[in-house]
Design a protein around this ligand. Sequence first.
Ligand code: NAP
Length: 264
Amino acid sequence: MAADRFKEKTVVLSGGGRGIGEATARRFAREGAEVLLIARTGSEIDAVAADIGAGGGKASAFAADVSDPAAVDRAVEAARDRFGRIDVLVNCAGIDHDSPFLSFPDDAWQRVIGVNLTGSFLMAQRVARVMTETGGGSIVHISSIDAYGADGNQVAYNASKAGLLGLNRTMATELASHGIRSNVVSPGYTATPLTRQYVGDAMYEYMTKDFDRIPQRRMATPEEIAAAILFLASDDASAITGSELTVDGGTTANLYIVETLPAG
Ligand code: NAP
C-alpha cells in the first residue's frame, strides 16, 4: 500500500461519524491527508477526529446538515479557511426510510432525497467552486448497488442513489476542463453498525460468513469500501472520471435467475 498517496492533501468528507465514512476518514489520515469530517452529530465526528489525532493523523470536525444549503456554505467556508484549498471531497452522508411504495410518506421522500441527492449536489457544487480556484481536485460520491436494482420498500433511497449517477456524469463532463474529476463508488451490503442494527445480530452473522445471495458469500467491510474510494480520489485514477466502481462481492454480476427457478 502506498502510505503517503495523500501527503499534504486536504479532504472534506461528509458522513464521517461512523460506518463507511469513518473508515474512509481513518484511511485518508493514515495515508497522510488532513481531513475535515462533516455530519450532524458533533460528538461523533469530534470523537473520530480526536482519535485520528491521538494516532498521529490530522483531522477536525464541523457539525452540519448537508441538506441545508446555508449549513453547507458554512462547512465549505470552514474548510477553505482551515486548509486554503480542498483536494478531495467524499459525499458519504446518507439515510434511508423503509415503507411500501403505495404508502411512502411525502416527508420521508423529501428527507431522503434531501440528504442523499440534494446534499451531495450542494456539497459538490460548493466544493467544486473552491477547487476551480485552486487548480482542481477529485470528488467521490457514495451511491449503492440499489442504483442498479431495487431493494423493496426503499423507493426514495433507490431513486436518490440512481440520481447520484446522473449527478456524477454531469459533473465529470462539465468539470473536466477545471481539472476536477468526479466518480461514484457503489457499495453492496457492507458490515457496518447500521447494517447490524437494521437486520439484527443473527442475520448479520449469516451475512458476514454465509451470505448465499453474494458470490463471495459475505458482505464487504467498511475498509474495503474505503480502499475503493481512496483509489478513485488518488492520482492513481488520474484518467478516470464519470465512472462507477461497484464493490459488492459480485452481487450485481449475478442475475440469480437459474438459482431461483422452481425445482423440477
Ligand atoms: P451510517 O453508519 O448510518 O453513517 C451515515 C453517516 O452520514 C453518519 O456519520 C451520519 O451522521 C451522516 N449523515 C446522515 N445524515 C446526514 C446529514 N443530513 N448531514 C450530514 N451528515 C449526515 O451509514 P453507512 O452504512 O456507513 O453508509 C454510508 C454511505 O454508504 C451512505 O451514503 C449509504 O447510503 C451508503 N451505503 C451503505 C451501505 C451499507 O450496507 N452500509 C451499502 C450501500 C451504500 P449524523 O446522523 O450524525 O448526521
